[in-house]
Design a protein around this ligand. Structure first.
Ligand SMILES: [Zn+2]
Ligand SMILES: [Zn+2]
Length: 288
């Protein structure tokens, strides 16, 4: 029997940092023959209703998703949430506040820097943001571009570090546990995104055991065959040790044709449908 690979459970629209509107993205999915897809914008579900409406009209199965930015041991970790109640007003209010805060912090930094003679616009900074929270490194890169400093460290030392003229206090980021709890509270399942990015493989079992992490993004455009094998082994090991049944997910992480370590069009990285179907079953169970 042929294995169908017509699923893609990780992609971004203009609701976060992708280049295509949810509407156009679903049309692209349809054009390249995808059947089961999930929209997983950074820290927002704003694009989900539109993706669902357009995707379904094209005959696609569209799973509501989100990719939450978290911090653990000083490292950024992304947690995917699938099947969350994307219309829940409490959840929307929380995400909206977070977004407002990040955006406001950037304005404050720009104002403070301007008083020290560093003139940047929001656009100058946002150019350097490739998903997740806007932070000082992005401001530093914009300063380099504009010729104010030669390096990120110089930008921090002179302007952005605590006590320097461009410093603005930061809101505490979600922890991995908080992100998992958040996703569960709104009836979704939580999956660690592109697990290979973090060097935290040995921690993942405890996230499953102690915090109820539901799965691992084993397949990703930046995971080569060897990496996939490593995560398949890890899944088996964690399942044996914890008795949990993990979800295995995957996707292209498509933002636009230029994005990524190796740029590629939508539809190149594809997930075997069997994994997406198991996810669908799990989500429909948590609905009822
Ligand atoms: Zn990510
Ligand atoms: Zn992503």
């Amino acid at each position: 029997m042929a294995i169908n690979k017509d699923s893609d459970l990780h992609m971004h629209s203009t609701a976060s940092d992708g280049n295509y509107s949810p509407d156009d993205l679903m049309k692209k999915c349809y054009d390249v023959g995808l059947k089961i897809v999930a929209l997983t914008d950074h820290d927002t579900v704003q694009g989900v209703p539109n993706a669902i409406e357009v995707g379904r009209s094209l005959g696609l199965t569209v799973i509501p998703g989100i990719e939450l930015s978290t911090k653990i041991q000083g490292r950024s970790v992304h947690i995917l949430g699938y099947g969350i109640e994307y219309e829940n007003s409490e959840m929307l209010a929380f995400l909206g506040e977070q977004q407002q805060y990040r955006s406001e912090r950037l304005n404050q930094m720009i104002n403070k820097l301007s008083k020290s003679g560093v003139k940047l616009t929001r656009t100058d900074v946002l150019k350097h943001v490739d998903g997740g929270s806007i932070g000082r490194p992005h401001v530093a890169k914009a300063m380099i571009d504009a010729g104010y400093v030669d390096s990120v460290s110089e930008a921090f030392d002179q302007f952005l570090a605590e006590g320097k003229p461009g410093f603005v206090e930061k809101q505490k980021e979600m922890t991995v546990k908080e992100a998992i709890d958040f996703i569960h509270r709104y009836n979704g399942v939580a999956v660690v995104a592109h697990a290979d990015y973090y060097g935290l493989d040995e921690e993942i079992e405890s996230w499953v055991r102690e915090w109820g992490l539901d799965g691992i993004e084993v397949f990703h455009r930046d995971h080569n065959a060897e990496t996939v094998q490593r995560y398949l082994t890890l899944v088996n090991q964690i399942e044996a040790n914890t008795g949990a049944e993990l979800l295995l997910t995957g996707g292209s992480d498509f933002h636009d044709e230029e994005y990524g370590r190796v740029p590629e069009p939508l539809g190149v990285t594809r997930l075997a449908d069997q994994y997406a179907e198991i996810l669908l079953q799990r989500i429909s169970k948590s609905d009822s």
